[in-house]
Design a protein around this ligand. Structure first.
Ligand code: ATP
Ligand code: MG
Length: 600
């Protein structure tokens, strides 16, 4: 079954109520946003004036900076924002927060759009595509900064960066006013226009809001609004040489887009007073539409055994510790997709962990479990990963027949398929023991097991090489015990092993992926010199490449089709390296968690 078919939300998922829903419920009950107007596209107060009432009950947004690929943390934010919009008959915007000209690239824009689609974020609503770029608002940011200057609420500060740092104060001491704070409005305007015209070097001036240098909240001590940067922007080219600061631009982006609930991670809580101050002033001067958006913070997703921070992920890619952003070991969405994780697994995960205001760590096994659960819809196949030859001495050479395994044990409607059976089969090396340990029910001389969907066999003995390694196992089959025939239950056995016919097998490259790091908190343990390095904690066994023998039907697997390989786990045909008729398989997740049970 392909991943597309798997992406529906599993039916057992209940929409857990959370504090954000409570806020929205209250806002809807009090009709806080019902009077907002909307011209169909973002704009300032003048643009939205006398326009129809906004058809969206709420507007949320997912605002990535296009400076990397999306990771598991972003998945939480995407699903949260799009789910809320869907639940409340609203819209979620995909907005690129591309106001910083450095580090931003078109390839990341394309990659992010692709991942948002993949995970189920749908920004088409009310006949419109709500895909926006903050760089389209540069004229607004600029005009609003002039508005603030005109109202003596912003000024050009010409202190050096060091001077500014030393006058900012600390958490316990107030800051000091800049000597340039009392500059006249006309001079400020002129300087700002000169900055825009490219007449000043980087670092010579910045524009700051004039709020309160003694505020207990450092973010209100005259926060920076604009800086000079003679940099090329990937969308606006060389049009601008001044760029707005993120904390100034973001609230305005929300306001221009009629966002009602601007949901962000907890580290922005201290910025909220600045967000509110700025929008309140701009509304007072008639610059932006009202009622104003509100910022709501939730705790970011922290997962053990991986690292979710673009900076570190970039380092892994740049230093070639992984094979790229889409390496299946990477906690990126493009990596997860190649690995065989599916959107339904992420949806289940996000519902299960919920949303809260306190920071916590989620064990990676929770995500893996959700993927397992979601992947359970996949069809089953037989695959031998660590092969040992089994020879059925009493089965005629040159003969073969078909066995008919069900495609899914709980879904008979998915039917059965034919799998060829012959005298020589591949079985797992672990399924034979010359001297069985206690409680071992599989093959050992004299013991009987069932070959799944085939016959009961009795083990006779084994061949060994000069080093004593077992090279083949011999057995006899009981012809009257074929699965699905009347005699199937005539002989009772405890062991039940899978197999693939040697003559018919698809010999295939299979990649076994495991956790990227071997410890829950990479980079936390210090070495003898007190230094820490997350690279020391990389799991050297996170990628193994093997040659496996798969049942022949898997040769026709399409790229990105997922299957359960019985007794092994969930595997996907690699979407990059597979070619028609020659898929390569990646292990997404094993059937059981070997980490929590202490096996690793
Ligand atoms: P990083 O720290 O990895 O660079 P970021 O926050 O800088 O991530 P952005 O592109 O700015 O990345 O984020 C886009 C959105 O995703 C923001 O709204 C941000 O709050 C959210 N987000 C990022 N990381 C997480 C996380 N770990 N958990 C939940 N939401 C996250
Ligand atoms: Mg960021």
């Amino acid at each position: 079954m392909s991943t597309n078919k798997n992406s529906a939300l599993p039916s057992d998922v209940v929409q857990t109520s959370n504090f954000i829903r409570n806020i929205i419920d209250d806002d809807l009950a009090t009709h806080k946003y019902t009077s907002r107007t909307w011209r169909g596209t973002p704009g300032d107060a003048a643009a939205q004036k006398n326009q129809p009432v906004d058809p969206a009950k709420i507007r949320t947004r997912f605002p990535p900076e296009p400076n990397g690929y999306l990771h598991f943390g972003h998945a939480k934010s995407i699903l949260l924002n799009f789910n809320l919009a869907n639940t409340y008959d609203g819209v979620c915007h995909l907005r690129f927060d591309d106001t910083n000209p450095e580090k931003e690239e078109q390839q990341f824009v394309d990659g992010i759009i692709d991942s948002v689609h993949w995970i189920g974020g749908d920004y088409k609503k009310f006949g419109k595509e709500h895909l926006y770029f903050a760089s389209d608002y540069f004229d607004y940011f600029y005009a609003f900064a002039e508005t603030l200057i005109e109202h003596d609420l912003a000024y050009v500060d010409s202190q050096s960066a060091d001077e500014m740092r030393s006058t900012r104060g600390t958490l316990t001491e107030p800051g000091k006013n800049s000597p340039f704070r009392s500059r006249g409005i006309a001079e400020n305007l002129q300087l700002f226009r000169e900055m825009k015209a490219g007449k000043h070097a980087e670092g010579t001036h910045i524009v700051r809001a004039k709020i309160d240098m003694a505020s207990p909240n450092i973010n209100l001590r005259d926060p920076a609004i604009y800086r000079i940067k003679h940099a090329h922007h990937h969308r606006t080219g060389d049009k601008w040489c001044i760029y707005p600061m993120y904390a100034y631009a973001h609230p305005i982006e929300d306001a221009l887009e009629n966002i009602t609930h601007s949901i962000c991670t907890l580290e922005f809580a201290d910025q909220r007073p600045w967000y509110d101050w700025l929008l309140a002033k701009l509304a007072e001067f008639g610059a932006i539409n009202t009622p104003l958006p509100q910022q709501i913070e939730f705790s970011r997703l922290n997962l053990t055994y991986i690292i979710i921070s673009k900076r570190y992920l970039k380092q892994l890619v740049d230093q070639k510790h992984v094979d790229g952003w889409d390496d299946p070991r990477m906690p990126t969405l493009i990596g997860a997709r190649r690995r065989g994780f599916i959107p339904a697994g992420f949806k289940l995960f996000v519902e299960r962990i919920g949303v809260s205001k306190s920071d916590s760590w989620i064990d990676l096994s929770v995500l893996e479990d959700c993927q397992r659960e979601a992947l359970n819809v996949c069809e089953r196949r037989m695959a031998v990963l660590n092969p040992l030859k089994l020879i059925i001495d009493n089965y005629p050479a040159g003969q073969s027949e078909e066995c008919f395994p069900p495609n899914h044990p709980q879904q008979p409607e998915l039917g059965k398929r034919a799998v060829p059976f012959s005298r020589e089969l591949w079985i797992e090396r672990e399924d034979f023991e010359e001297t069985p340990p206690k409680g071992y029910f599989r093959l050992f001389p004299g013991n009987m097991v069932r070959l799944r969907y085939g016959f009961v066999i009795r083990c006779i003995g084994a061949e060994k090489d000069s080093a004593g390694k077992v090279t083949a196992v011999h057995c006899e089959y009981l012809p009257e015990t074929k699965s699905g025939t009347a005699g199937a239950d005539s002989v009772k056995v405890k062991g039940n092993i899978h197999w693939v016919s040697v003559q018919h097998a698809y010999e295939c490259e299979v990649r076994l992926f495991d956790r990227l790091f071997k410890v829950p908190h990479p980079g936390r343990a210090a070495d003898a010199n007190g230094a820490t390095n997350f690279l020391d904690d990389l799991n050297p066994n996170a990628k193994q490449i093997i040659t496996a023998y798969l049942e022949p039907s898997l040769k026709l697997a399409e790229a990105e089709a997922s299957y359960q390989f019985e007794r092994h786990g969930y595997f996907v045909a690699d979407r990059v390296d597979s070619t028609p008729g020659k898929p390569i398989f990646n292990r997404a997740v094993t059937l059981r968690d070997g980490w929590s049970s202490g096996q690793k």
